[in-house]
Design a protein around this ligand. Sequence first.
Ligand SMILES: [Zn+2]
Length: 294
Amino acid sequence: MDALVKGMAKEEALLVVGLVDTEAVQRAKSAHDTYPTASAALGRVMSGALLLSSLLKGGQKVMLQVAGDGPLAGVVAEADWAGRVRGYVKKPHVHLGPKDGKLDVGRAIGKGFLNVIKDLGLREYYRGTVPLQTGEIAMDLAYYLNTSEQFPAAVSLGVYVDTDNSVKAAGGFLVHPLPGASEGAIEYLENRLKGIRPVSAMILDGMGTREIMEEAVGLPVDIREEKAVLYHCPCTRDRVLDAIVALGKAEIEDLIRTRETTSIECRFCRKSYAVSLSELRLLLINAYSDPAEK
Ligand SMILES: [Zn+2]
C-alpha cells in the first residue's frame, strides 16, 4: 500500500518522512513503457517530489525537473499536497548496464541541473536551481535543500526493478534535524546513514513507512501525518489546448499545414486528445491575431 508519512523521532528533535510508492512508480512505468534504468530514474524523481510534497500546505504542489546531458535527456515529476504524483522521462527506452550492482541512474542522467518549481498558491511560482552533484537524485535533492532552502536534510531514494522489468519496490526517506537537535544526535545520524541499506531493499523485505523511518533514525518515531499516494494526472482537454497555444504561432501554423487532424498527447499520462484543424485555426486566431486587425 503506497503511503507518505511524516513524523518525529521520539527522543530527538528530528523530522522524519517515510515513503513507499511502489504502485505509483509501477503505474508510471506502464504508462510510459520505461526500460529499467529509465524506470529507476523516473521512480527516484517521483519519490523525491513526493518527499518534498510532505512539507507543503493544502493546495500547494512541487515539480522537480532534472535536465541532464545523458541518454534520458530529462526527467520531470510533480507531486501535490494530497499525495498525488505524476511524472515522465523524455527518453523512456533507456537501459544501461548496472554499476556496483545498481541501475546506473547517474550515467543515464549525466551532467546538468535540478530545477525545483513550487506552486505555493501565490501569484508567482517559487523556483530554485542547483547543478547536479551525481545525477543519482537523492544526493542532488539533499544538496538543493541544503543550499537553496537552507534546509539541511539527509535524503535516500530507492527503486528496485525486477528481471521482468516490473517495479517491485520504490520509496525513500528524508531526515531533517530541527532546531534543538543535539550535536551528538546529528553526528550519530550521519554515521548511521553512511551504513544504512537501500530503501528498496527494506521495502522488498516487507518494511512499511514506519519501519523505514525508524530504521533511518534508529529511534522510535511518532507519526504525525499519513497520506495515501496515488499516480494521478489532472490533465483535461482545455489544459492540453493551452499547451498547444504555448507552442507558439509558428508551431501551430506548422501543425495546420502538415496534418488533416492532429492528436496531442499529455506528456504526463500519455492520454491522447484529438484536435481538429478548425479548432487549431480558432486557437491561432484567438491567441495570436493582432486585435487591431480583427
Ligand atoms: Zn495527463
